[in-house]
Design a protein around this ligand. Structure first.
Ligand code: PEP
Ligand code: MN
Length: 266
């Protein structure tokens, strides 16, 4: 089986400032100062191509921080105006899509909990009809490649051609070193089904722990993934979400400098 996705190459919609392609930023936008200051430090590394920040956060259980909401779009606008970094946010409803588009967000992504729900994905896809914006689709929380494929197809069927997949690992009931099992074979399978589909790895959500991020990042590059999305916070120790897995912009720069890129084929 091959997937019949009608997509444009990654190079037509994003130009990496450095190799590997790196999308970085806080798990959550918390305050205007935190987001803008983090963006400046990330920009200063010279390694970051786009700024990520979650403003609508689908939490597995209630009672935790569920995102700063629409005001975060204004902060992203400021971060972009001051640093020149294109911005990326997670969207989980049609309203999120409309608001993000109206605010000039550059890249949208669908989160792992949304990818697991075809009605949600279809709602997002319908809101994207006729809109030319890059969309990245995270794998679903559960290790079901069909749900991942289905979500990519729904978004592509809506006319989105600037499409990428994000590998962020899979939930497991077993205890493991990882927050989400990488199950690399699923990402490899996706590559064989859709050789032209860019796959970006999210080592932060696979690891759940900043110490593992270098190993996961290197493995992703060794498997020829096209980029990395890594969570970075100006002060991870006080982060409102995913504190254990976030890295400072300085640590991110070191981590990325230590990665070995795959040699181009001669
Ligand atoms: C995130 O990117 O912060 C996030 C919530 O990720 P995921 O959807 O992969 O859990
Ligand atoms: Mn996160």
């Amino acid at each position: 089986m091959k997937l019949n996705l009608d997509i444009q190459p990654l190079s037509s919609w994003i130009t990496p400032v450095n190799q590997p392609l790196l999308i970085a930023g806080p798990c959550s936008a918390e305050t205007e100062d935190q987001l803008v200051a983090t963006a400046h430090l990330l920009k200063a590394t010279g390694k970051v191509t786009a700024l990520r920040a979650g403003i609508w956060k689908p939490r597995t259980r209630p009672g935790e921080f569920e995102g700063i909401g629409s005001i975060g779009l204004e902060w992203l606008k400021r971060a972009k105006a001051e640093t020149g970094l294109p911005t990326a946010v997670e969207v989980a409803t049609a309203k999120h899509v409309e608001e993000a588009l109206a605010a000039g967000v550059d890249i949208l992504w669908v989160g792992a909990r949304s990818t697991a729900n075809p009605f949600t994905v279809q709602e997002i896809a319908d809101a994207l009809k006729g809109v030319d914006i890059p969309v990245m689709v995270k794998n679903p929380v559960n290790p079901d490649i069909s749900l991942w494929i289905g979500a990519l197809e729904r978004i592509n069927n809506a006319g989105v051609k600037k499409l990428a997949a994000i590998h962020r690992g899979f939930s497991s009931y077993e205890k493991s070193a990882f927050r989400n099992e990488p199950m690399w074979d699923i990402a490899i399978h996706m590559k064989t089904l859709a050789p032209h589909l860019p796959i970006i790895c999210d080592p932060s959500h696979i690891s759940g722990n900043r110490d593992l991020i270098p190993y996961i990042s290197q493995k992703a590059l060794d498997l020829d993934m096209q980029g990395l999305m890594i969570e970075s916070h100006i002060d991870p120790s006080v982060a409102w979400t995913d504190a254990k897995q976030q890295v400072t912009p300085a640590a991110l720069a070191t981590l990325v400098s230590n990665l070995t890129l795959r040699k181009p084929e001669t």
